[in-house]
Design a protein around this ligand. Structure first.
Ligand code: CA
Ligand code: CA
Length: 122
């Protein structure tokens, strides 16, 4: 049985500069958070229902890396960012709005990019 929406909220996308990209749980609290890929940064909005509880930015290298996925690569309960670049795939480990570590994996000069898919369950 479908459940009716009980609440709605609005999060600014900065006059279109930060369109919503994917949802992921970046602080492991069980609430999906919003990720928005901008021209020079990825904006992270931690959510508590329809309310933004905290927000921050992760550099995406001047737009050279496009956010394509988020899933928990470090098994700490916080989803982590996956970004496609021209020659490398980038991984940012996350703790809430903060990137705690960053790594790069060759994508063979762009021949092996991560597929652009909606956020999938772990
Ligand atoms: Ca969360
Ligand atoms: Ca993680």
């Amino acid at each position: 049985m479908a459940t009716a929406s009980t609440s709605s909220g609005f999060v600014s996308n900065g006059a279109g500069a930060f369109p919503f990209t994917i949802a992921a749980d970046l602080n492991g609290d069980g609430n999906a958070d919003l990720l928005s890929d901008g021209a020079t940064n990825v904006r992270v909005s931690l959510m508590n229902g329809t309310t933004v509880s905290s927000s921050g930015f992760v550099s995406n290298g001047g737009g050279a890396y496009d956010l394509v996925a988020a899933s928990d690569s470090s098994a700490d309960g916080n989803d982590d960012l996956k970004l496609n670049g021209a020659t490398q795939t980038r991984l940012n480990l996350m703790n809430g709005v903060t990137s705690t570590a960053q790594a790069f994996v060759s994508n063979g000069g762009g021949a092996f990019p991560l597929p652009t898919l909606p956020n999938l369950p772990n």
